[in-house]
Design a binder for this molecule. Structure first.
Ligand SMILES: Nc1ncnc2c1ncn2[C@@H]1O[C@H](COP(=O)(O)OP(=O)(O)OP(=O)(O)O)[C@@H](O)[C@H]1O
Ligand SMILES: [Mg+2]
Length: 368
């Protein structure tokens, strides 16, 4: 199965630069997810790999061969979209057998491949149904089986789950990964859904305004975000600007809206304008103030919501406009109430400090 590499790929539409000098490598057999907000250039990137769009500059390599001048149907890729329509007048089996038939394979091989792919997506027993007799999630699985049956070994998935009901989408995301791994394919899946990316990726490529911001495993991108944008977009971190007030060999003390926070960080000097980020599960909410804690802020609980066994608690730091988001396991804090005063605490190791972005923090965090 092929590796894929983009080297210095740039694509412009008029004055708009959709991809700006993008380089990335997806290994043979890897499940890569390109994660970015709307307009980041995700679809453009996939279309360039598929060959339906030509880059203005740079090289595309599939399995080490430069494919810039190779037409789409000779690249061994299957491009799969969210609203991939099935042929409505053909049975499920004929839909899936379509690709192999177009390749001119003997009829018994076409049927065998189609049945294997339907088995893989758990829809073999619906082989003789018509598409309209299936649910949306089933139709999507048939469409996937059809894409897989083309014999392509590089699967390009453009927001493949976004049209589905949330629960079905969640189920299908694990299946997608399983198909890719079982068949030994290489996959590039693009999405703006962070949870989806975290759940299926071997490697996440964070794309923003046409540029690659960070490449890493889901853990790396989540735990060691390279920029305030990644901290905020991927980790839902509380991100705010601050001024460095004091430094020693390993730590800095920063101030934001009159609140002082200790962090482990190097390379900063007193007076620097910086950005601080704290991940929500690093922020503990306590009833009692333990005086020994380095970072201990008095907060008011503003909003509580429940997600997947966790409480998502938005707090305001008393006497300031600073807001903190905390995620706490449900069972520990069942008694929390909106309006309640608590202490938010987080260790200096859990505060990330970044240089202030040249374009300003608002633009840095913007999803546009
Ligand atoms: N054919 C085109 N003509 C002009 N501009 C385009 C064209 N295709 C894409 N663009 C622009 O290029 C940028 C990147 O678009 P692209 O569709 O790749 O983003 P995306 O990350 O897939 O977004 P979404 O999450 O909304 O699908 C956008 O600003 C878009 O408006
Ligand atoms: Mg898109």
């Amino acid at each position: 199965m092929p590796s894929v590499e983009l080297v210095g790929v740039t694509k412009r539409f008029g004055r708009k630069t959709a991809l700006d000098n993008v380089s990335l490598r997806v290994e043979d057999g890897e499940y890569a997810v390109v994660l970015g907000p709307t307009g980041a250039g995700k679809t453009t990137l996939l279309r360039i790999v598929a060959g339906v769009l030509k880059p203005d500059a740079g090289e595309v390599r599939i399995g080490e061969a430069v494919v810039n001048d190779i037409p789409p149907d000779e690249r061994g890729v299957a491009l799969f979209f969210q609203n991939f329509a099935l042929f409505p007048h053909m049975t499920v089996l004929d839909n899936v057998a379509y690709g192999p038939r177009m390749r001119g394979l003997p009829e018994q091989d076409c049927i065998r491949i189609a049945r294997e792919m339907l088995d893989l997506v758990h829809l073999l027993e619906r082989a003789n149904s018509m598409p309209h007799e299936l649910s949306g999630g089933m139709q999507q699985r048939v469409a996937l089986a059809r894409a897989l049956a083309t014999g392509a070994n590089l699967l390009l998935l453009d927001e493949p789950l976004s049209q589905l009901d949330a629960r079905i989408g969640e189920e299908l995301r694990y299946e997608l990964r399983r198909f890719v791994k079982d068949l030994g394919l290489t996959a590039i899946h693009v999405t703006n859904d962070v949870d989806e990316a975290m759940a299926v990726a071997d490697k996440i490529v964070v794309l923003k305004r046409g540029s690659v911001i960070q490449v890493g495993s889901p853990e790396e991108v989540y735990l060691k975000p390279k920029t305030p944008f990644v901290a905020s977009f991927v980790g839902e971190a509380t991100v705010f600007e601050a001024i460095v007030r004091a430094v020693d060999s390993e730590r800095v003390r920063v101030e934001a809206m009159g609140v002082e926070i200790m962090a482990y960080a190097q390379g900063f000097s007193g007076g620097d304008l910086v950005v601080a980020a704290i991940r929500p599960e690093s922020i503990r909410l306590l009833r009692e103030a333990e005086p020994a804690l380095a970072n201990r802020l008095e907060v008011t609980v503003e909003r509580i919501s429940f997600i997947g066994g966790m409480l998502r608690v938005e707090c305001g730091v008393v006497g300031t406009d600073l807001k903190l988001l905390s995620l706490v396991p449900d069972e520990e804090n069942v008694e929390l109430a909106e309006g309640e005063k608590l202490f938010a605490s987080f260790s200096p190791e859990e505060v990330s400090i970044y240089p202030y972005p040249s374009e300003g923090l608002f633009r840095e965090l913007s999803l546009e």
